[in-house]
Design a binder for this molecule. Structure first.
Ligand SMILES: C[S@@+](CC[C@H](N)C(=O)[O-])C[C@H]1O[C@@H](n2cnc3c(N)ncnc32)[C@H](O)[C@@H]1O
Ligand code: SF4
Length: 313
């Protein structure tokens, strides 16, 4: 029987810390309901050993929080070969940069989102545009001869529509850094499905299929969706269970049945995503799901990016 959460295709993440130095406007961090904490080192080692046994590669070292704040960052990175991290780059000091460059990190995503200083400060609340961009420039220079891939994130929202990838390339002089590129990310309704100044209203499972992630939160809880910032829909606990016990558990089967039954009392986070039927057409929801299934066989990356830009501006 096909597993509900198929580890061969799942995206895997480990939240090294749920602490963050910012409270960005579009991020659920500002209203996070769970404790702000670092993952205890003992748990990091346990998770890494279990992942190694199962041949799992971690995609990201975050769910919420900023991974640069983790005290044993370099050691943690080296426990998860092939991992990437995303950061607001506020704590990307020369010391932290050297630590990262000395580690096995494959890719770092530096989220600047916009090149308009005033807008930046409205999005990345608590950060200073000049300081962040100076950190990024210094890192680009330091990483020039390193195999690490550097991504600079541009966020797609109503307010940033006049900006382009080319503007970012010029601003950071990326022609000088062949290991760096600009990536674009649509602003998604992570904390609310209501329309806000950052994103449109949304209806449906944004993942297409709800069990595509295996995310270990800093407290050891495991959630199956990257939208589940509060860990309301945990499928297990890495303190007391193994990865295999979690993916084969009755809990996962119960949640899958609840999803089919649209039982939002059992799945409050999914219920939030399905709160406004009028927000998007059911056709769109259906298309996302078909695309997600197809993606297992055909790479749909560029098509998906185009689709998201069209539907979720
Ligand atoms: C939750 S943050 C955690 C890692 C780190 N603090 C950072 O900012 O990169 C992970 C990613 O989510 C993005 N993010 C936060 N809120 C978002 C939203 N509503 N829509 C799309 N991306 C969002 C951030 O830009 C970042 O790329
Ligand atoms: S987007 Fe990242 S930096 Fe901003 S508040 Fe959320 S977790 Fe922190």
């Amino acid at each position: 029987m096909k597993p509900i959460l198929d580890l061969r295709h799942a995206k895997i993440a480990v939240e090294l810390t749920s602490r963050c130095n910012l409270r960005c406007a579009m991020c659920p961090m500002a209203s996070l309901q769970r404790p702000l904490q670092d993952m205890p080192w003992e748990l990091v080692e346990k998770v890494a050993a279990d992942f190694r046994t199962n041949g799992l590669t971690v995609s990201w070292l975050h769910e919420m929080g900023d991974p640069l704040l983790y005290p044993r960052l370099r050691e943690a990175i080296d426990l998860f070969p092939g991992c990437s991290l995303s950061t607001n780059a506020v704590a990307l000091t020369p010391t932290v940069s050297q630590e990262i460059l000395a580690s096995s990190l494959r890719r770092i995503r530096l989220c600047v989102d916009t090149l308009k200083p005033e807008l930046y400060q409205q999005i990345r609340i608590g950060a200073r545009f000049n300081q962040t961009t100076a950190n990024i420039r210094r890192f680009l220079e330091a990483a020039k001869k390193s195999p690490i891939r550097v991504e600079i994130q541009r966020l797609i929202t109503h307010e940033t529509h006049s900006e382009s990838v080319r503007d970012f390339v010029r601003f950071f002089e990326l022609d000088r850094y062949p290991n760096a590129e600009v990536i674009e990310k649509t602003c998604e309704p992570l904390d609310t499905v209501e329309e806000t100044s950052w994103h449109q209203a949304y209806y449906g499972c944004f993942q297409g299929y709800p069990f595509r992630w295996f995310i270990v939160l800093a407290n050891g809880g495991v959630t199956h969706c990257c939208y589940d910032a509060d860990g309301q829909q945990c499928i297990g606990d890495m303190w007391t269970q193994t990865v295999q016990e979690i993916v084969q558990s009755d809990r996962l089967r119960e949640l899958a049945a609840a999803f089919r039954a649209r039982d939002w009392a059992t799945l409050p986070r999914c219920g939030e995503c399905f709160r406004h039927p009028a927000a998007k057409s059911r056709l769109y929801d259906g298309l996302v799901q078909v695309g997600t299934r197809l993606e297992r066989f055909v790479p749909l990356g560029p098509l998906k990016r185009w689709g998201r830009r069209l539907f979720n501006r």
